[in-house]
Design a protein around this ligand. Sequence first.
Ligand SMILES: NC(=O)c1ccc[n+]([C@@H]2O[C@H](COP(=O)([O-])OP(=O)(O)OC[C@H]3O[C@@H](n4cnc5c(N)ncnc54)[C@H](O)[C@@H]3O)[C@@H](O)[C@H]2O)c1
Ligand SMILES: O=C(O)C1=N[C@H](C(=O)O)CCC1
Length: 267
Amino acid sequence: MSKVTKIIIAGPRGKMGKETVQLVRETEEFQLEAVVDSKNAGKMLKELPNMPDEQAPVYDDMKVCLEETEADVLIDLTTPAAGKKHLELALDYNVRPVVGTTGFSEEDVERLRDKAEDKEIGAIIAPNFAVGAILMMKLAQMTAKYFSDAEIIEMHHDNKLDAPSGTATKTASLINEVRPHKTQGHPDEKEDLDGARGADIDGLRIHSVRLPGLIAHQEILFGGSGQTLKIRHDSMNRQSFMPGVKLAVENVLSLKTLVYGLENIMD
Ligand SMILES: NC(=O)c1ccc[n+]([C@@H]2O[C@H](COP(=O)([O-])OP(=O)(O)OC[C@H]3O[C@@H](n4cnc5c(N)ncnc54)[C@H](O)[C@@H]3O)[C@@H](O)[C@H]2O)c1
Ligand SMILES: O=C(O)C1=N[C@H](C(=O)O)CCC1
């Protein structure tokens, strides 16, 4: 019989949290140990409105939850500020973090990787759990070897707190790894209106769109002499992220470092 993985979910009432509670419930080898919410401490998950019939205790303090429960993995789907604190605490308690929460800087990732390696336990930060989005990023990196001029347009729902998206910054760093350093656009261009040319990551421009009706979408536009190429991914619902969440939980158990991006654990 395969071992059961005991899981804490932070943010269970959120859009991603709800889907993830469902994923854990329907996966035989996963067990929901507890949840960490911004309120409702002392209740059981099933007592909260619109939650499934699940006996997991609700905490509103990650430290107390980690002290009082015995979990293998923390899945965090909260906010940039809470996610950073939760990841750090999980490592302190030897619980392996799988973090979908976005808003981590490169410095955050480096610092947390050092900590995971000191503790010799695995951690995963995945700016995008959708397998199609990972392929989009890999294709963009492959394309950038041949088309060094690119701009990223990311489009998300208007409840998103961070901009640019984690996927866009990750895509930009993958592209910048393979193209010669360059500043996008005319060397003498100037913005008559601040922000007109978008955000700048090492010369690569990112444009962030926020609209009701959207979920998570991204295009990378490449331009070459006399031709353009567009790579696009669309998440139509949050179920699109669940196979990636499952893959991350299964893989984090055998890692001894922090992995940033699911492309590093996909064959
Ligand atoms: N990696 C991916 O594939 C992926 C996909 C979708 C969303 N996201 C990211 O996941 C995060 C959550 O997204 P969402 O759309 O579910 O947001 P949401 O606003 O619907 O849910 C966030 C939840 O976190 C809870 N929360 C806030 N602070 C908390 C704290 N300190 N402790 C416990 N719970 C807390 C809120 O009460 C809320 O229920 C965001 O950072 C988003 O960018 C990542
Ligand atoms: O906030 C969201 O919703 C999403 N954020 C991710 C990002 O910042 O890249 C991608 C998936 C959806």
